[in-house]
Design a protein around this ligand. Sequence first.
Ligand code: NAP
Length: 242
Amino acid sequence: MTGILFDRITLIGIGLIGSSIARDIKALGLAGELVISTRSEATLKRAEELALGDRYETSAAEAVKGADLVIVSVPVGSSGMVAEQIAPSLKPGTILTDVGSTKASVIAQMAPHVPQGVHFIPGHPLAGTEKSGPDAGFAGLFKGRWCIFTPLPDTDAAALEKLKDFWIALGSRVDEMDPQHHDKVLAIVSHLPHIIAYNIVGTADDLETVTESEVIKYSASGFRDFTRLAASDPTMWRDVCL
Ligand code: NAP
């Protein structure tokens, strides 16, 4: 147990990333209360069955009331809609962050909704797998991995330090970047490799009908490594590409 860093933490989105954060918060005792919110009843029920939090809400606006830290872990194309929903319920002094794989577009979507006095600090943990949903998460996912923050020009230094302390408690190494620079770096190390993998595996799938089973039969070489990337969640990657 590391000890309480925030009295109340709210997680919006409880898939691979959100549920991994939840498991670490619980294991390390980082929150006085952990509130979990996701849009569907089915995913929320599963989160409750897995005992990922202390309280469960389908309403994101209800879930963030009184929270000291709010972490948004939804596909990047939905981050603006979530920010709009929760904005009126955020209290002054709350730290609002996200985990989205792109940063400039998330800032453009979320920042206009953030009320005065709320510390919006965009973030991106460079950790994950090709799986999704609350069952896919696990404690320790972020250990030894980078978490990059792309603070805004007026970001409060004390709030940023507190958020860094949180990710350091999860075992992450922390860094800061300009949002556009982040997107350029991540495009080459993560986003383009995924696009290439989707294309190679898609082409092989088309080709397989021509050469019958040969593509599958001889696929144990370099091709196999592409299949893991190409098994990633299509909604998440559609949003990253857009
Ligand atoms: P995930 O396992 O598919 O979980 C997505 C979560 O977002 C679920 O709780 C889902 O809710 C919710 N959601 C989906 N569509 C939504 C919408 N339109 N509006 C509101 N909520 C919605 O995804 P993930 O892998 O955790 O990814 C979450 C974020 O982390 C993404 O922004 C991604 O770019 C980023 N990220 C992912 C990885 C990775 O390797 N996967 C790594 C670093 C960062 P329901 O199930 O209730 O529909």
